[in-house]
Design a protein. Structure first.
Length: 125
């Protein structure tokens, strides 16, 4: 079983999901625009993420190219499931109620939620 990514690893995954395959330098520049934080820190995180199967490394070129090892949806599902279990005692409704009371959903988001609930209702019959 894969461990959930840390916040720093999630930031790197977000860069790779948005950019696609990228070198350490490209990832580092997106993570730290205009900052002098360490390139080697980004490299070390990517190396750890390879070991955890969160990213894949292509060593065919001189500069290694990294790509996300898991799709965004899979990471979201994994993290939400863990959150529901740890903070809401396994209650999906507890998570949804907290999310909707913490941040106002747009009309489009509410319509999407209604549609999902309607589909779930139909499927349970």
């Amino acid at each position: 079983m894969r461990k959930n990514p840390t916040p720093s690893e999630l930031a790197i995954l977000d860069v790779l999901w948005n950019l696609g395959p990228a070198t350490v330098r490209e990832v580092h520049e997106k993570l730290n625009p205009g900052k002098s934080t360490g390139y080697t820190t980004t490299l070390k995180l990517l190396q750890i993420m390879v070991e955890k199967n969160l990213v894949r490394r292509d060593e065919a070129q001189k500069a290694h190219v990294y790509r996300a090892g898991i799709p965004r949806k899979q990471a979201q599902s994994q993290l939400v499931s863990d959150l529901v279990d740890k903070l809401f005692g396994g209650s999906a409704s507890g998570l949804v109620m907290q999310a909707l009371s913490s941040k106002r959903a747009s009309a489009a988001e509410r319509a999407e939620i209604r549609k999902l609930l309607d589909e779930m209702e139909r499927d349970s019959r």
